[in-house]
Design a protein around this ligand. Sequence first.
Ligand SMILES: C[S@@+](CC[C@H](N)C(=O)[O-])C[C@H]1O[C@@H](n2cnc3c(N)ncnc32)[C@H](O)[C@@H]1O
Length: 317
Amino acid sequence: MTVDVVAPLAADALAGLWLDPPVLPTKWLYDERGSRLFDEITRVPEYYPTRRETAILRAHADDIVATSNATTMVELGSGTSTKTRLLLDALAARAAAGVDVTYVPVDVSAEMLAESSTILARDYPGIAIEPTEADFTESELLLPGSPGNRLVVFLGGTIGNFDDDARRAFFDGLAASLAVGDHFLLGADLIKDTGRLVAAYNDKAGVTADFNRNMIEVLRTGLAATGLYADDFDHIARWNPARHRIEMWLRARRDVRAYFAVLQREWVLPAGAEILTEISTKFDPATLDAELADAGLAHVTSWTDPHGDFLLTLSRR
Ligand SMILES: C[S@@+](CC[C@H](N)C(=O)[O-])C[C@H]1O[C@@H](n2cnc3c(N)ncnc32)[C@H](O)[C@@H]1O
């Protein structure tokens, strides 16, 4: 973990760990190990969203890029940028026709961002790759590129990690930083059978459990903790019907008494108590498009996969 994440991690730990129930921002799941575990999750049989979103992109990437007429594509929470290659293929065709095109992957996961950008630069020599390490929840997004020709993409259902207020603020902030004519492509997971939803966040191989427990390792190493062990926590994924979202929690298997040297504070969590580490809200298409429209992002087109599991919606400022 780099030095510059210690202060923000300390601030988030102080703000969240002493709440009842304790809560930590989801981004702390994504250190280098967490990012690799998430990549593994995208391939477990229960985790349908990546396959469904890929199918939609395979069918419509050319259309999306043509409609947006983009010369700059900014991707928020780009991760490995694997699915994005379908859009990059379409952008590369524009580059081959003599248009200057740029791809700006934005992510908090520094190692994953550097690694994937190096590979993309090799595979897409016609596209300028400009990796940006940033937190997309912070302040105003400063978007590079010429107004009117930008396409901002936000894939993977990551929008589900925001609660209702944060999502509204995010859409408002994004709309404010886009210029008229810029496009926004959003991938969102849809409400469906509860059993399938819970299974997608609790795979049999235990990869999601390791991903969730990795948050304890991030706390332990980042805040120089003693008495804090990932094995002392169970991974819990449950459906919250009132808020139509999956919630990931870590439940203490025994009384935990940890000391954070960086905070110079002790933290006590009784056996059975839980920490909220991630929410993953599920949507219905009409409500989501109405939220985008409220923020000034007008609906252009949307697509679902043949199973009706996942939504890609394209809007324009
Ligand atoms: C659910 S994964 C999706 C990855 C990829 N877009 C996909 O569709 O498979 C969320 C991604 O967003 C990144 N991320 C999470 N919180 C972030 C934040 N606050 N700012 C920037 N990136 C963030 C993570 O590192 C991770 O790469």
